[in-house]
Ligand binder design. Structure first.
Ligand SMILES: [Zn+2]
Length: 474
């Protein structure tokens, strides 16, 4: 099967270039001069369009298996496909969570039955209790291991407990102590993996919540989860990473203080990286009047100064990867007082359109979009150059974009099982109009084409860095 993607402008990580892309057997064969004679079984005409390496959303919670009233993998990956994503990296906190190699294999088989796009899998760190499983998880191809730092877990389901007061104490698994996290860092460094963590310091949150009391307004929500909690966790992560050589990734970073600390850690040579999400780049506390609890996330969306600092960090490469943090809830979950509602919004289908709009309005260079949604993300998670690039031999994954199409995001047109998006009614310019997955056209005009054909993609992380303490002493 030979596919030719013709007449488009290919946006590589180095910049835009006019070229046709010849694909054979699911891989990129060559970038060729436009209109050069090329044999093909099928031609995808990309005239007037931008052709990107298939975009990756590294931060998706599909709730599957487990809370499938909220979402499932078929719905989340169809949304990804419609929204111009060709690979999702699935978070490990379904029920049961991905805590060892056997569960990794089972989850991969489970998801291959319903995947519309390719997927990688995160593993879950439970602190010391599954530290011996991390090597096996990375050997299977886990893209990273996730630490929900500071969260207690349910002893049986290993689900996060947001409110320990309402949970039977005998079923609480206490959050890992700093020393346990240090051990996890040392082990991840030893096996050459990547640790990704939710960074909000538990003790700072506890103090802030004592001071705030019941949360009813957005100001109280912000006060109960201050940027000091994020900054304190990142400062500690910096030291743990520095001392172990562990590659440490701060997911969904939300604050100016966080960005400042990551920037200085990187300048000092620490292997710290960071992600942020569209809601932190496009919303502020002032958005709450319009959106209400639909924009409740942890860490919270903060002030205008934070939003601006995060943009600066995206543009100067302090933040090297963007994800949606697709975390669906039901209509029923969205009732009651703000403090009691769960945190999380959907986003896998709107990640690319929202960022394309930033490109068309000149706030985000088009080459930077390729870097943060493809090349840099693929490198970080051990998928490069199979994913994230259009080099000869790369998987022939492409997102084809009409940069001039203006349209309005409509929740009724989204593919999520619970299409409660805060972006309903947003006018955007730039639309993913076609996608190619391993050499096949799989999406046109934001709807799937043909059979679902998503598969597991295994990470191959590079050999461990020789940090000061990578020889384990646990
Ligand atoms: Zn998340």
């Amino acid at each position: 099967m030979r596919l030719l993607v013709s007449n488009g402008t290919v946006v590589t990580a180095a910049g835009p270039v006019r070229a046709d892309i010849a694909c054979a057997d699911g891989r990129v064969a060559a970038l060729v001069e436009p209109a050069a004679p090329t044999q093909a079984d099928e031609v995808l005409d990309a005239s007037g369009c931008l052709v990107f390496p298939g975009f990756i959303d590294p931060h998706v919670h599909s709730r599957d298996p487990g809370a499938t009233d909220k979402e499932d993998f078929g719905h989340s990956t169809m949304g990804a496909l419609a929204g111009g994503i060709t690979t999702v990296l699935e978070m490990p906190n379904a029920i049961p969570p991905v805590t060892d190699a056997a569960m990794f294999r089972e989850r991969a088989r489970h998801h291959e039955r319903s995947a519309w796009v390719d997927f990688g899998l995160w593993g879950l760190s439970l602190g010391r209790s599954n530290i011996d499983e991390l090597e096996g998880l990375f050997a299977e191809g886990a893209v990273a291991v996730k630490l929900f730092w500071g969260y207690a877990l349910d002893r049986d389901t290993k689900q996060l407990i947001y409110n320990t007061a309402g949970h039977p104490p005998e079923r609480l698994l206490a959050p890992p102590e700093t020393g346990d996290v240090w051990d996890v860092c040392r082990e991840v460094a030893r096996v050459g993996g990547l640790l990704g963590a939710h960074c909000e310091d538990r003790h700072v949150l506890d103090a802030a919540q004592r001071a705030t009391g019941a949360v009813e307004t957005y100001a109280e929500l912000m006060a109960s989860r201050p940027d000091t909690a994020e900054a304190a966790a990142i400062a500690l992560a910096t030291e743990l990473s520095r001392s172990t050589g562990c590659r440490f990734h701060v997911v969904h970073m939300s604050s100016a203080r966080g960005a400042e600390l990551v920037r200085s850690a990187q300048a000092a040579g620490v292997a710290l990286t960071a992600e942020t999400c569209p809601h932190y780049l496009l919303l502020t506390d002032a958005s709450f009047d319009l959106l209400g609890p639909l924009m409740k996330v942890y860490p919270p969306v903060r002030a205008e100064a934070d939003r601006q600092a995060l943009w600066a960090a995206v543009l100067d490469d302090t933040i090297s990867s963007l994800g949606s943090d697709h975390a669906p809830h039901t209509v029923a979950d969205r009732q009651g007082p703000l403090g009691a509602q769960p945190a999380g919004m959907i986003g896998v289908e709107t990640l690319v359109p929202l960022l394309l709009d930033e490109v068309t309005h000149g706030r985000l260079p088009v080459t930077r979009l390729t870097q943060i949604l493809a090349e840099r993300t693929a490198r970080l998670y051990g998928l490069y150059p199979r994913k994230g690039a259009l080099l000869p031999g790369s998987d022939a994954d492409m997102t084809v974009v009409d940069p001039d199409a203006s349209w309005t995001i409509d929740n009724e047109a989204l593919h999520a099982k619970q299409p409660l998006s805060p972006w309903h009614g947003w006018r955007v310019r730039g639309m993913p109009v076609a996608s190619v997955l391993r050499g096949r056209v799989v999406m046109r005009d934001r709807e799937p084409v043909g059979e679902r054909r998503g598969r597991l993609v295994r990470a191959r992380h590079q050999a461990p860095a020789t940090g000061p303490e990578t020889a384990t002493t646990r």
